[in-house]
Design a protein around this ligand. Structure first.
Ligand code: GDP
Length: 360
């Protein structure tokens, strides 16, 4: 899927750089271009692509300090500058736009929903948000910001691919020490998904294409991505178990959003050397994902890749009712309560809950 990336805020910029770098290293060519947007000048300096500093009249290049309402306001005021930086980058070849942002901070959290809305008005291609959820041990401000931002991006973007920092954290590492490793892990997964839709024509009839990614995300809302890989045999028939076991790990323990296995739709992509991917294994994995997610809309296909390993990549669409998302929204609401000492409403009403105000 030919994609243009817009990294907003510090996390958004760094993750965008990791995504671009993975795509280049692998020679996929799925990332057509990238820009970085921020209110903090220093956070833009190390990024290896064109950047746009917004909100200079309000914060003078010093950032919004975790104030996502201010982040939303400055994006609203300066969005035409961001749109002009994109001029000429989004061409007839572009199949999707990804706005990449940490939802717990200020610039990305507030800016991403505003930008997604503006982009959808102008472009015909889907506008997705790749959003990072704060870890559980990050403070109340991060949880509240992320709750409000998530609620708003879920409405404004064509879909939100959600990544939980806790899902990628290795034990013993502090959150900030681990960011580079987390960004690399996310870049590998999302980078493979983008490249899967790019597979060379004529390799096989079951090769995944971009429209399958887009259709899996068509219903909108929140999406998650699972990944697991294993050593492969040179003989396709011997890889049926590897396909099944990587599919199980990918969905049950390897998703970007833990415990998100209830989904409205899914796409199962099996990557590996073309003649080592077992047809039977892919079909069996697809049926297993159907049972496990309770979805009747499960697509499946191959992604030919020169590698000694077999990998299962599972994209899940419509996971907003999953335990993980509900418990996160609950956490965000609890943090607001703590701050404002207000009365809570029914936790199931997360998309209509007035305590968690929309940003737009
Ligand atoms: P902004 O610059 O105001 O948009 O704020 P940040 O991008 O720093 O957002 C803060 C949130 O993003 C927090 O929840 C952090 O845990 C998370 N975060 C910050 N940097 C990174 C990063 O490089 N990678 C990841 N995965 N998360 C990050």
């Amino acid at each position: 899927m030919k994609t243009v990336l817009i990294g907003v805020g510090q996390a958004g910029g760094k993750l965008t750089a990791a995504l671009q770098s993975f795509d280049q290293q692998m020679g996929f060519g799925a990332v057509l271009g990238a820009i970085g947007v921020n209110t903090a000048k220093t956070d833009l300096q190390s990024l290896p692509f064109e950047t746009v500093l917004i909100g200079q009249d309000r914060v003078n290049g010093h950032g919004v300090g975790g104030d996502n309402e201010l982040g939303a306001e400055v994006m609203e005021a300066d969005k035409t500058e961001v749109m002009s930086a994109l001029d000429g980058r989004i061409t007839a070849k572009t199949e999707a736009i990804f706005v990449v942002a940490g939802l717990g901070g200020g610039s990305g959290s507030g800016g991403a929903p505003v930008l997604a809305k503006a982009l959808r008005r102008v472009y015909d291609v889907p506008v997705y948000v790749l959003g990072i959820l704060p870890g559980q041990d990050e403070g109340a401000m991060y949880q509240v910001n992320a709750g409000r931002s998530l609620k708003t991006v879920a409405r404004e973007a064509d879909a939100v691919l959600l990544v939980d920092n806790d899902a990628f954290r290795s034990s013993g590492e502090s959150m900030s020490e681990g960011f580079d490793a987390i960004n690399d892990a996310i870049a590998r997964r999302v980078g493979l998904l983008l490249a899967a839709g790019e597979a060379v024509e004529g390799v096989g009839e079951s090769v995944v294409d971009s429209s399958e990614v887009i259709n899996t995300l068509r219903a909108g809302g929140i999406a998650a991505l699972g990944y697991a890989s294993a050593e492969a045999s040179e003989v396709a028939e011997e890889n049926i178990n590897a396909v099944m076991s990587t599919a199980r790990r990918s969905l049950l323990t390897g998703t970007s959003l833990p415990d998100a296995s209830d989904a409205d739709s899914a796409l199962v992509v099996v990557a590996g050397k073309p003649d080592t991917i077992p047809r039977k294994g892919v079909e069996r994995a697809r049926r297993w994902v159907e049972e496990e997610t309770g979805s009747l809309q499960v697509r499946g296909g191959d992604f030919p890749l020169e590698s000694g390993r077999i990998a299962s990549l599972i994209l899940l669409g419509g996971v907003e009712r999953s335990d993980r998302v509900e418990s996160f929204m609950e956490r965000a609401r609890a943090a607001i309560e703590e701050a404002e000492n207000e009365v809570r409403e029914d936790p199931k009403e997360m998309w209509h809950n007035d305590e968690l105000d929309d940003l737009l």
